[in-house]
Design a protein around this ligand. Structure first.
Ligand SMILES: N[C@@H](CCC(=O)N[C@@H](CS)C(=O)NCC(=O)O)C(=O)O
Length: 260
């Protein structure tokens, strides 16, 4: 059985992490049985250390970074831990060859998906700070101080020219929040060509769903969870590019279940 480690959120338990969404979509798309274990932000490092998993990233200053998603697969009789949403997709493709592949078995597919992931990180970077601020309410009280310190570190890493020293330094007026969301429209409109433009539809790499699609879907589902489905921001994103992103997520609806 596969155990999927996701974030524990105050009820209702709806994760706002785009990265864990990528793995949930991956598991659901493959139709693999799994169970979710929701853990606190502040407990991720303990999970890694308890099982001897090396940190996801060690920064040049020596800071060890522990991230979710993580999966544990004990179906071979021993516990196999895999870290990072794309590595998890690769592992599942390899270990369960009878499930639909997410990284096509053709030259360059993984490189294309990685390039797409980098492009998406660049596209969504403009809304990251407002997302960080808006996500605090989905963090359990116990993990809030941990979360704030981690996001301050992220801000200094992503925007080294605008250093912040505390969570309270990250402040936005309602107009700035609105402007940040509006700034996504142009790059997403340019991206819509990759998905068939305004009149037709195909997936990022062609006819088949791949990890590239689930990377974008994870980010969009995170935006949806952070803003709320009925928010003007989300409603307006659903109309962009002739409803491209609504169509995109509707097609992935069967894989968005959080039941497991
Ligand atoms: N490249 C990784 C990124 C994982 C990642 O950054 N996860 C965030 C949540 S969205 C995390 O666990 N952060 C922990 C922290 O900030 O302490 C993946 O795709 O899995």
């Amino acid at each position: 059985m596969i155990t999927f480690y996701d974030f524990l959120c105050p009820p209702p338990q709806v994760t706002k992490s785009g990265n864990t969404w990528k793995t949930r979509l991956t598991l659901n798309y493959k139709g693999l049985p799994y169970k979710t274990e929701n853990i606190e932000y502040a407990e991720i490092a303990d999970l890694y250390k308890k099982h001897g998993i090396p940190p996801a990233i060690v920064f040049p200053n020596g800071h060890a970074h522990y991230t979710l998603p993580v999966i544990k697969d004990d179906s071979s009789g021993k516990d196999v831990f895999v870290v990072d949403s794309l590595e998890i997709a690769k592992y599942l493709d390899k270990t369960y060859p009878n499930t639909p592949r997410l990284i096509p078995d053709v030259e360059d597919a993984e490189a294309q998906i990685k390039a797409f992931e980098n492009q998406m990180n660049g596209t969504f970077v403009s809304v990251m700070p407002v997302m960080f601020k808006a996500s605090l309410s989905s963090i359990t009280e116990r993990s809030q101080e941990f979360f704030k310190a981690a996001r301050v570190r992220d801000m200094n890493f992503i925007f080294p020219h605008k250093p912040v020293s505390s969570w309270d330094d990250i402040q936005f007026t309602p107009e700035e929040v609105q402007a940040a969301w509006a700034s996504l429209e142009k790059p997403l409109d340019a991206l819509s060509n990759r998905f068939g433009g305004k009149e037709t539809f195909h997936w990022a790499l062609g006819d088949q769903i791949t990890s590239a699609d689930l990377i974008l879907a994870g980010l969009l589902l995170c935006v949806k969870a952070v803003n709320g489905e009925d928010s003007p921001q989300w409603q307006s994103i659903m109309t962009w590019s002739n409803g491209k992103w609504k169509t995109f997520l509707d097609k992935l609806e069967p894989y968005q279940s959080q039941e497991n």
